[in-house]
Design a binder for this molecule. Structure first.
Ligand SMILES: [Fe+2]
Ligand SMILES: [Fe+2]
Length: 194
């Protein structure tokens, strides 16, 4: 991707300018909200606030790319494609965002890249940073109004990040809200169940 970030800007300004350039105003607003929510959750659970904030700002930067192009990129990198990604290539956007964070935004921190790469599905052995960004993205979803599962996450957050993540996945799977569960999501669920 030919996009050059400015070294005179901080990450937030660079992300905003990037979304403006591609006219992705909706995703820009969503990303700013998820970033703010991530800071709140990080503070509450004593997780690295700066890493959560950076990961959240960058989590949807692949929104400027079409799902078909995401598939082309994934295949050119010889990534293993999950059946869910094959059916719904948009699911690749979490891993493509991490790739753009690394190559365009020069993020090398593995904790940040990990949180970006699993923000939709989560994964087994998820870190606190992974869970903060995952949950913040669900709380500040990119659709209108309040998400129907919000009370479930809030209840879980009274206990822990793990509990909230588990309760959210449980609610989604039991109510069949997920069209085609990704392997990482199933593994995250089984892992958190323990
Ligand atoms: Fe996303
Ligand atoms: Fe998002």
């Amino acid at each position: 991707m030919d996009y050059f970030i400015s070294s005179d800007f901080n990450l937030k300004d660079n992300v905003c300018q990037y979304f403006d350039t591609y006219q992705c105003f909706h995703t820009k607003e969503h990303s700013l909200q998820v970033a703010k929510e991530s800071q709140k959750l990080a503070q509450k659970f004593h997780v690295d606030m700066d890493k959560c904030y950076q990961a959240a700002l960058l989590h949807d930067i692949s929104a400027v790319i079409s799902p078909q192009k995401m598939m082309d990129i994934a295949l050119s990198h010889q990534w293993e494609i999950d059946p869910a990604e094959k059916k719904y290539p948009f699911l690749l956007h979490q891993r493509i965002s991490a790739l753009i964070a690394q190559t365009v935004f020069k993020i090398e921190d593995q904790d940040i890249l990990s949180a970006i790469a699993c923000h939709t599905t989560l994964k087994k052995n998820a870190s606190d940073i992974d869970m903060v960004v995952f949950l913040a993205d669900k709380i500040k979803w990119d659709q209108k109004g309040e998400p129907p599962y919000l009370h479930v996450i809030q209840k879980g957050l009274d206990i822990s990040l793990k509990k909230a993540s588990y309760m959210f996945l449980d609610e989604q799977l039991k109510n069949q809200r997920i069209l085609y569960p990704h392997q990482w999501l199933k593994e995250a669920y089984d892992d958190l169940k323990k």
